[in-house]
Design a binder for this molecule. Structure first.
Ligand code: C2E
Ligand code: CA
Ligand code: CA
Length: 746
């Protein structure tokens, strides 16, 4: 049936009305699309924008439902995120289970069929149940993957999906996709900016970003804001003084450079800063200057401290060995260049070890500090005193001060001639010094120090407390010193068998009978040959090795004494105890142990000790001597007359025997003073109940003189030189062979 209208045919009319319909549709479609496109620039949240889009789509298509789905986080199910329904409508697509939706959409996408119309497609029970007669699913692709889907559903059984409707839906999907992409970009921008801010805020140094064109601060991290005490952001970079510095943009050209770094000191807050400018692309792509400011004041302080520590001795504050070597090198070069001369002095404290061991390290340290201070106050060397380590110092006299050498030496001597006050008690500490001249004696640091050390050592050998100049002859003896040290350590390491016991007889002045003897050490070195004690004991003391050697020797002698007493022979044998051994804290324990281990009768032992300036703690020494004596051992004061001995000292220390040094005996026959001295000592000793033993008696005349003075004991070549103990046994004790004796043959 066709309708008739005045001038156009029914067909014509139908076609026209269809065209009009189409046009109307097209107008509406483009209207809808324009509306949707406008949403592209919307600042609204994504969901809001898409909800608007779905509404426009739904109203335009006049469908029952438009929904947006997306894959869930795990990528397992497609879930509904937005649903548009007309005012009078009811939820539809959101009611579909996730499983069904996922299954259904997956199948659609695989087959490429996005539309469903109930009467032409296979009926779908789930959709039927919801009353959905037609459904269109359009994917929203992001980065080549369908990440979202638009679902358009209608309950109208007549609904057919026209081609331009489908096209429209695809266009909408593209717009959503676009919005999505923009948002992702913006989001990532925002999130990357947020992340960046967070990162930058956590950086310890101050950071800020300046827009190179506007010279405005785009960003400043928290550290920077605190440093500048200003919020900074949005301000011109010259509107505040960062890190306490006044900043002047006109004069500042850092922004013109891509990258610049410098260190600067801010007087305002007495701080050092390390400043770096770097051109970077900011998050939005513009070129900016990133400034990194670090407060390096602490670092600078540490650097200074390290430099000071590297060049100075931590204890005394004097320059150290390293500075000494550096300075000396410069002085030598300068002296050579200007044809000038200077001096290097090597100073080593005498018996410092005793003070350290005897009093404790804190007193040793105190003394070193006082000496250092004293040296630094001597005019001409204030700035050229160095502590080389331990108790060794080097002093450089530069050419300009060369003429003052005598005064400098006088002042150094004066410094060491007076006692040091250590915690209220006065202590003496002398020094030995070696002097070399540069560049005459050497052109390099090591050579000069070595030669000065050689000279110093010869000062020690000559009796300490003196100054020696270097001369070539000493070199050979010093090479021996190194050899000696090496071999001494070796000799100890292999058990000490190279050290031998020699005994020199001690004779009763009246009966002229051998009443005992003095055990004297000899070193029969496998490498260096036979060495007398004067050649190695001072070094052994210097190196502290005497502690081992001394104990070893004590044990050996005690074993011999035990052997003799087992044979019924009881002779008093004197054993030398070095001052270094004596000041050891455990000396009494060591002696006790030796007595116990060897089984020796202590009554047969006499320990010879020397006085020393180092023994300042008289009370402590008195205690040690008393404790040794309590073991039943006698104590002899050795080398009386050579040191600083005072009679008062003898009284205080309760010695059993005083051994008068050979120097008094050499001239005793002719020298009245020597005679008077020995006489005095003898008379006094009688009163103090102390025996006197005179050493170094070589002639009959000497002996006679001494007998007249009523000296009780004599020791000297006249009655016998030190001989191997076996010979002593044979010669003075009548022992032939111990083994034979044991077997009853002797
Ligand atoms: P000292 O304790 O004063 O020993 C006496 C030194 O004088 C010995 O020298 C001895 O041989 C020497 N002598 C004795 N009578 C005469 C004489 O009539 N004329 C001459 N010209 N000399 C005589 P020695 O054995 O060479 O010892 C030298 C120093 O070495 C000793 O002096 C002592 O200080 C030290 N010494 C020796 N053995 C030991 C030891 O076992 N331990 C320690 N710590 N020092 C020792
Ligand atoms: Ca002696
Ligand atoms: Ca002696």
């Amino acid at each position: 049936m066709s309708k008739k209208s005045g001038f156009i045919s029914e067909d014509e009319y139908l076609r026209l009305s269809r065209d009009l319909n189409n046009m109307e549709y097209e107008v509406k479609r483009s209207e809808a699309l324009t509306n949707i496109l406008q949403l592209l620039e919307s600042e609204q949240p994504f969901e809001r924008v898409v909800a608007d889009i779905l509404k426009i789509v739904g109203e335009f298509l006049q469908v029952s439902n438009v929904s947006l789905y997306k894959w869930d986080e795990k990528g397992e199910n497609i879930v509904s995120i937005l649903e548009w329904i007309p005012d009078s409508g009811v939820p539809l697509l959101s009611l579909v289970s996730n499983e069904f939706r996922t299954e259904y959409i997956k199948k659609c996408m695989e087959s490429g069929i996005t539309e469903y119309v109930a009467d032409i497609s296979e009926r779908n029970s789930v959709l039927e149940e919801l009353g959905i007669k037609a459904l269109l699913v359009v994917p929203v692709n992001v980065n080549g993957k369908s990440s979202m889907y638009i679902g358009i559903a209608d309950t109208d059984p007549d609904r057919r999906w026209r081609e331009n409707t489908i096209q429209f839906c695809f266009d909408v999907a593209k717009i959503i996709q676009n919005i999505l992409l923009k948002r992702i970009d913006k989001n990532s921008l925002i999130s990357s900016y947020t992340a960046l801010k967070e990162i930058l805020d956590n950086v310890g140094s101050g950071l800020f970003v300046i827009d190179k064109d506007t010279k405005k601060i785009l960003f400043a991290n928290n550290t920077m804001k605190l440093m500048a005490n200003d919020d900074m952001e949005g301000k011109f970079c010259n509107s505040f003084g960062y890190c306490g510095m006044k900043h002047n943009c006109e004069k500042c050209d850092v922004l013109d450079k891509a990258c610049i770094a410098f260190e600067t000191y801010a007087t305002e807050n007495h701080s050092w800063y390390d400043i770096k400018f770097n051109e970077i692309s900011w998050v939005d792509g513009r070129k900016v200057s990133l400034c990194n400011i670090q407060n390096i004041t602490e670092k600078k302080k540490i650097e200074k401290r390290i430099e000071f520590q590297a060049n100075n001795d931590f204890l005394t504050g004097l320059y150290n060995r390293m500075s000494c070597e550096n300075d000396m090198e410069k002085y030598i070069a300068l002296a050579e260049e200007n044809d000038e001369h200077g001096y290097v002095m090597f100073l080593d404290l005498d018996n410092f070890k005793h003070i350290n061991d005897g009093l404790g390290h804190q007193y040793g340290d105190m003394l070193l500090k006082m000496i250092s201070l004293g040296l630094q106050q001597i005019k001409g060397i204030e700035n050229s005193c160095y502590r080389m380590g331990g108790d060794e110092f080097v002093i450089i006299v530069v050419p300009s001060e060369k003429k003052r050498l005598p005064e400098i030496l006088k002042e150094i001597k004066y410094l060491f001639n007076k006692p040091w006050d250590l915690n209220g008690t006065e202590y003496y500490c002398t020094m030995s010094m070696g002097i070399v001249s540069y560049p005459d004696d050497g052109h390099d640091v090591n050579e000069l120090i070595k030669k000065a050390d050689i000279a110093m050592y010869s000062a020690k050998k000559a009796g300490k407390n003196r100054i020696e100049y270097y001369n070539n002859k000493e070199e050979s003896s010093s090479i021996k010193r190194l050899d000696l040290e090496k071999n001494m350590r070796r000799a100890i390491a292999i058990g000490g068998n190279e050290f031998e016991v020699y005994i020199q007889p001690i004779v009763d002045t009246y009966s002229e009978e051998c009443i005992g003897g003095e055990a004297l050490i000899r070193w029969n070195c496998a490498k260096l040959g036979f060495i007398t004690p004067n050649d190695f004991i001072p070094l052994a003391e210097h190196l502290g090795l005497i502690i081992f050697i001394g104990e070893l020797f004590l044990r050996r002698v005690c074993s011999i004494l035990k052997k003799w007493s087992d044979m019924g022979i009881n002779k008093k044998i004197h054993i030398n105890l070095s001052i270094v051994q004596l000041v050891q804290n455990n000396i009494v324990e060591v002696i006790k142990e030796v007595i116990k281990d060897t089984g020796v009768n202590p009554a047969n032992i006499v320990l010879e000790v020397t006085e020393s300036l180092a023994i300042n703690d008289i009370n402590h020494m008195k205690r040690v001597i008393r404790e040794i004596k309590e073991l039943g051992i006698e104590i002899a004061l050795d080398d009386f007359g050579t040191g600083y001995s005072s009679l008062n000292y003898i009284k205080q220390m309760d010695f059993d025997i005083i051994k008068v040094d050979k120097i008094f005996i050499d001239d005793i026959v002719s020298d009245d003073y020597a005679q008077t001295f020995v006489k005095l000592i003898t008379e006094l000793s009688d009163k103090l109940n102390v025996k006197v033993c005179i050493e170094g008696v070589e002639t009959r005349e000497q002996f006679d003189t001494l007998r007249d003075i009523r000296v009780s004991m004599i020791q000297g070549y006249l009655f016998g030189k030190p001989i191997p103990y076996r010979d002593y046994e044979r010669k003075f004790l009548g022992i032939e062979k111990y083994d034979e004796f044991k077997e009853g043959k002797v």
